[in-house]
Design a protein around this ligand. Structure first.
Ligand code: PNW
Length: 480
């Protein structure tokens, strides 16, 4: 498998067109852009609590209290999206804005009005909404009950999904349940660095993984049963992938395992057999036994649960920014933070010295996106894939962002090759992000925006960068 991918031919494709129905979009997430953290009846999310209580965990000590103020400036955002010619805009719903109790017994009128305005405004301008239900901002009161580690998550998330499908399903035709389980479970519990700030490596991360799979499937099945016939939309999940290549030929088997680990949240949904990837499940079970645990730290699925989760996606959402080389850990520090299972697999993930390094973890390696798209097809067949995030960050405020343009061009070229040369069924591409925004632990110091936001201006003025012009041009010509 390793050989097949790396043997792909690289041909240049400038001027080559994307398929006629291919769609271009840009993305944001509620906590990163909305602000208005406590207006009306909105309740606190785990990110409100985390930033307020742990400012030292955020590079500039900031929070998303105001962020881009998109709660008030949504019309400006729509205009920016329209000026770029976006076919769709991916945003997320804040669970505690829509359901201030976390539970579905009370629906916020203010939250409903806000998302109705945004959705209607987009559609009036010919832009489709692609809506993520969960982009990391869990209601704090549900966290107090265990959050992602409480098996009732499936029930809570199912009820929240039903409210969102009921209110907005007539106009929203593409839904994503969770954004990046690997961040929600892996990054969260393996490091304790992000909200809710709980460190539980190899335990919390795996409990979360199982509950998240069940919650996703519950949401999908609710849509299937109660809404599909009426609305005929699509429901999927967004997985973050890092392209893994062997550090040297002796690590090909380990690289295979790393890739299987990368599919820990996909295998239960997209594989023919369902359940956890068997190789990875076996290793974690063996480690757990040797450590004296009576059961595996990775909770098992029952046969019934395997069937319940299997097949619960209408498309494959893929976020991809970067690549790594895989070798066995030798007590060195991780270049990429440890996520689910890296420790169980004894993985060391490094950047190739020849790859250009962007900000922090964002090492540039465009062929990685083509290779990962091919790998998904190899693993799961001809599933429809939407690139739900890809983008580049800088620490500077520059408007003439030539490095971002180069990054977008080179990654888009690889997506195009995956479609035209390899025949992978990729139907859309989403730039992260429409706007500079609250970049989690990096606060406002890491800028991903096609559009610059002035965070010292109380009006949060927005100025499109050169990359916005470039992207508009790609969209207009439907080619590079
Ligand atoms: C995504 N990696 O997270 C999130 O969905 C966004 O909210 C975030 O702003 C964006 O990427 C940029 O960071 C990622 O290590 C976390 O490859 C980690 C990785 C990629 C994306």
């Amino acid at each position: 498998m390793v050989m097949k991918i790396s043997a792909l031919t690289l041909s240049s494709c400038s001027g080559k067109k994307f398929p006629p129905d291919f769609k271009f979009g840009a993305a944001t997430a509620a906590y990163q852009v909305e602000g208005a953290w406590n207006v009306s009846d909105k309740a606190a999310s785990i990110w409100d609590t985390f930033t307020h209580n742990n400012p030292t965990m955020i590079a500039d000590g900031s929070s998303g209290d105001v962020a881009c103020d998109s709660y008030n400036l949504w019309e400006t955002d729509i205009q920016l999206a329209k000026d770029m010619g976006l076919h769709f805009y991916r945003f997320s719903i804040s669970w505690p804005r829509l359901l201030p109790n976390g539970f579905a017994n009370k629906i916020s009128e203010d939250g409903t009005r806000y998302y109705n305005n945004l959705i209607d405004g987009l559609l009036a301008n010919g832009i489709e909404p692609l809506v993520t239900l969960y982009h990391w901002d869990l209601p704090q009161n549900l966290q107090d009950l265990g959050g992602m580690t409480n098996p009732l998550l499936a029930e809570w998330f199912g009820a929240y999904s039903r409210v969102a499908f009921t209110l907005f399903g007539d106009r929203v035709k593409t839904w994503a349940t969770f954004n990046e389980p690997v961040s929600i479970c892996g990054l969260t519990y393996e490091t304790g660095y992000i909200a809710p700030g709980i460190y539980s490596p190899g335990i919390g991360s795996y409990i979360c993984a199982k509950n998240l799979m069940m919650a996703h499937a519950t949401s999908y099945r609710i849509y299937d049963k109660e809404f599909r016939a009426k609305y005929n939309g699509k429901v999927g999940i967004v997985n973050n992938h890092v392209w893994y290549a062997p550090y040297s030929s002796e690590y090909e088997d380990l690289t295979y395992l790393a890739r299987q680990l990368g599919f820990i949240y996909s295998h239960p949904i997209y594989s023919k057999t369902g359940g956890w990837p068997p190789s990875v499940e076996g290793i974690i079970a063996k480690n757990s036994e040797e450590e004296g645990y009576p059961t595996s730290r990775l909770p098992k699925f029952t046969a019934e649960e395997i069937e319940f989760v299997k097949g619960t996606a209408d498309y494959y959402g893929m976020n991809l920014y970067t690549s790594r080389l895989v070798r066995e850990a030798n007590n060195s520090t991780f270049f990429l933070w440890p996520t689910n299972g890296d420790l169980d697999l004894n993985l060391d993930l490094l950047a190739d010295p020849s790859w250009e390094v962007g900000l922090d973890w964002l090492v540039i390696h465009p062929p990685g996106i083509r290779a990962q798209l091919n790998l998904i097809r190899e693993e799961f067949g001809d599933v429809e894939i939407i690139v739900t995030e890809n983008g580049f960050s800088t620490s500077s405020d520059e408007l003439d962002d030539v490095t971002r343009i180069q990054y977008l061009r080179d990654y888009l070229e690889q997506v195009l090759l995956a479609i035209t040369e390899d025949g992978v069924n990729v139907t859309g591409y989403t730039a992260w992000s429409l706007l500079d925004n609250f970049e989690w632990n990096s606060g406002y110091t890491s800028k991903f925006g096609l559009v610059r936001v002035n965070f010292t201006d109380p009006f949060r003025s927005r100025t499109p960068r050169a990359s916005a012009e470039y992207y508009a041009d790609v969209i207009r010509h439907h080619s590079l």
